[in-house]
Design a protein around this ligand. Sequence first.
Ligand SMILES: [Fe+2]
Ligand SMILES: [Fe+2]
Length: 282
Amino acid sequence: MSTREEILSKVREVPSLPLTATRMLQLVQNPDTPFTEIQREVELDVTLASNILRLANSAYFAGSGPIASVRDAIVRLGTKRILQLVLTTSVAPLTSKPLKGYGLRAGGLLRHCAATAIGAEQLSRELQLNAPDYAYTAGLMHDIGKIVLGTYLEIDATPVLDLAYKEGLSFEVAEQRVLGVDHAEVGATLLEAWMIPATVVDVVRWHHSPDAYPGPERFVVDLIHVADHVARVSGTSAEADGMNYSLSVEAVERLGLKPAITETVVNNVLRSLDEICENLSQ
Ligand SMILES: [Fe+2]
Ligand SMILES: [Fe+2]
């Protein structure tokens, strides 16, 4: 079995998302789900409920006035926002270990992924693109393949990084050369096994190659690709592969992104990120 086949078969054995997150994904996707069912699902998980309340009260999610109950949180924020909160709190524990070779401290990837998710939302707002709600989810999960490679498969990324630096390659190209597969494909394979909606899986799969994306919603892929870059330039992502990020100029052009907007988005990301990450790590 090649390294690639071995990695992809092991990926399918990675433990699933917490049950609540999977259930919530199903409930929220169904427009006929009664409001009370979502409320009950959240309340059943005490840790989740308290995390949601804390996050719901953060400036980024809430805006004005304190939110005192799960019911209030759902009414005020809406079920889509609640799903984002559930996913954010579910993904957070997965990112708590350092990733060898990726130069990431514990929690470093969460910061990067949260910055990308917020960046995508802010870009969408500033560019008036009206991005679908799954853009935030995709931003949050775009590098989940790194967690799988670094934590569950215990692959040391040092040789990948060495090759990237020696030959001036982007990190994902070096991953393909050394491992036969990159973290984008590993992440997409995992999310498919987790039954995450195909829209999110697609964005994760193509986040480093938006120009080659064959599907209909390219602007969401562009958005995450550029938000990933924004997360790096905002200095929130202490990733060792940060230097070699190959930003698609075409994606920037397709979005119509101008430097002034990037600056606004970077500032907005910086303003919200600490608060969101602090609430998640408590
Ligand atoms: Fe990535
Ligand atoms: Fe990234």
